[in-house]
Design a protein around this ligand. Structure first.
Ligand code: GAP
Length: 473
């Protein structure tokens, strides 16, 4: 397979399940629609992404403040932020089979499948959506009948109740974005750290949305994780700050190894942006199912802080000691999804080539994100000397404490099978302990992509991996 070619979703989902990246949720009970569980390698990949993001955007900067806010938040927050009134998608129902769809997505799919059809851009306006779905005679993807109800706005926030009484007074929403807590806690950060503008608050955590049409594996789910920053600025230089953050996001994507030629930037036009945004750039990625949003960058003005000030009666103002002015800061928001990063990395890294007359699949993940940095094998599983030596080598490469590196150990099956397994999970280097190792303390190391081998001293194996890791920084 050429580098540019896309892996099919079937192949990728099968690899994810077979190798322990992602399992379908609640499977022994017939599953739960679009719920996915991350297995050992999926957790490792996700953790690497989140730790790298935290280091890249938070720890390595002096202008960033971390937060881990409660997931259940006072309902008044969502009323003030506008989510209760406007965080919705246009839902249309088939009158025959009662399947529900997003009206804009039905049109998007229809126009994609019928490129000859002349049409205007898809509107967010319900009346226009109604007219288009009906005038283009779109049939129901579930039952094939063309008989639609009138589209209506469907709020995406998931509800639950706090305490034993299930009434309106006890109803709360699961947060649909991590962002709001960073606005609500803005004053705490000002009061405890006295930061000077510009500065940011950063958070990683779960978000929930009752998506009408979840799907495409882990791309659109009802429960997912976000890595978000609210970067507070003075209004005057928002354009410059926006461009600066776009460039930081580009550096991040290069850092984790996303292929540049699959990344696109979409300036979201007026009328299609979220209710709070004055400018949004969607960072899109060529997934196997098409070009879709990977991340978003938005200029939210001072919409959120102003709304919370108005609704709570608490001042959200910042005092500028230089100019002696008080004002509500504006904000730039880089917003990144963890699962979409996983999916982009996996699809971007999937390769196939031919090794010894057989098709081989491997993940070209860089050292920073790969679940295991290396693997160690004894050449034969039934030779105790080789197994003991291989365990010692593994420990030496792993190290301990803060410098620990995850290193796999495998003595099952033949060596070819072990290589194929490590290739498929993206392990960059495999070390094999053989009979020569017992004589001269050297070891073979095989590089994943080229499958070429060299011999190095056992005492240099850890340094070898450390240097390769530095090379990927
Ligand atoms: N605070 C701004 C915000 O939440 P968004 O564009 O709705 O903006 C930001 O979401 C990012 O969160 C997206 O670019 C995507 O990476 C991720 N995301 C959003 N909805 C998702 C879903 N249903 N499943 C998985 N990831 C999602």
């Amino acid at each position: 397979m050429e580098k540019e070619q896309q892996v099919s979703m079937e192949k990728l989902i099968s690899l994810c399940k077979r190798r322990g990246f992602v399992f379908s949720g609640s499977e022994i009970y017939g599953g739960l629609a679009n719920a996915w569980d991350f297995g050992p390698l999926g957790v490792a990949l996700k953790n690497n992404i989140k730790q790298l993001w935290w280091r890249f955007f938070v720890e390595s900067r002096d202008d960033m403040y971390g937060l881990d806010a409660a997931l259940l938040i006072n309902r008044k927050v969502w009323q003030a932020s506008g989510h209760e009134a406007t965080f919705s998608d246009p839902l249309v129902e088939c009158k025959k089979c009662h399947s529900r769809f997003r009206a804009d997505e039905l049109l998007e799919k229809y126009f994609k499948e019928n490129p000859q059809v002349v049409h205007e851009s898809i509107s967010a306006d319900l009346l226009k959506l109604d007219r288009d779905v009906k005038s283009f005679n779109i049939s129901c993807p579930s039952c094939g009948v063309t008989d639609w109800g009138v589209p209506k706005q469907f709020n995406l926030m998931l509800k639950t109740f706090l305490g034993p009484v299930e009434d309106d007074a006890n109803m709360v929403y699961f947060r649909p974005e991590t962002a709001q807590a960073m606005f609500v806690d803005f004053k705490h950060i000002l009061n405890t750290f006295s930061p000077k503008l510009p500065f940011g608050i950063a958070q990683i955590g779960k978000a929930f949305r009752n998506e009408i049409t979840p799907g495409n594996f882990i791309f659109r789910t009802r429960e997912f994780e976000q890595m978000e920053i609210e970067y507070f600025i003075k209004k005057d230089n928002w354009q410059e700050q926006f461009e600066g953050w776009l460039s930081e996001m580009k550096k991040w994507m290069a850092f984790i190894g996303l292929p540049e030629d699959r990344i696109h930037y979409l300036e979201v036009p007026d009328g299609e942006r979220a209710h709070y945004s004055q400018r949004t750039v969607d960072i899109e990625f060529d997934f196997p199912f098409g070009k879709k949003e990977l991340y978003g960058l938005a200029y939210r003005g001072n919409f959120d802080l102003q709304s919370h000030q108005d609704a709570s009666g608490q001042s959200m103002e910042y005092f500028d000691e230089e100019t002696k002015e008080k004002f509500i800061p504006h904000v730039i928001e880089p917003s990144l999804g963890v699962e979409r990063t996983v999916l982009a990395l996996l699809t971007g890294a999937y390769r196939e080539d031919e090794q010894n007359g057989e098709v081989r699949a491997y993940l070209d993940l860089n050292m920073q994100v790969a679940p295991y940095k290396a693997a160690v094998f004894p050449l034969l599983a039934n030779k105790p000397d080789l197994v003991t030596k291989a365990q010692e080598v593994r420990k030496a490469i792993q190290g301990a404490g803060m410098t620990f590196l995850p290193v796999a150990f495998d003595k099952g099956g033949n060596i070819g099978k072990r290589y194929r397994k490590q290739d498929e999970i993206g392990t960059p280097y495999c070390f094999t302990v053989d009979f020569q190792t017992l004589e001269d303390d050297t070891i073979t190391v095989r590089e994943r992509n080229s499958a070429t081998q060299e011999r190095i001293k056992v005492s240099e194996a850890r340094k070898f991996i450390e240097e390769k890791m530095r090379g990927d920084l």
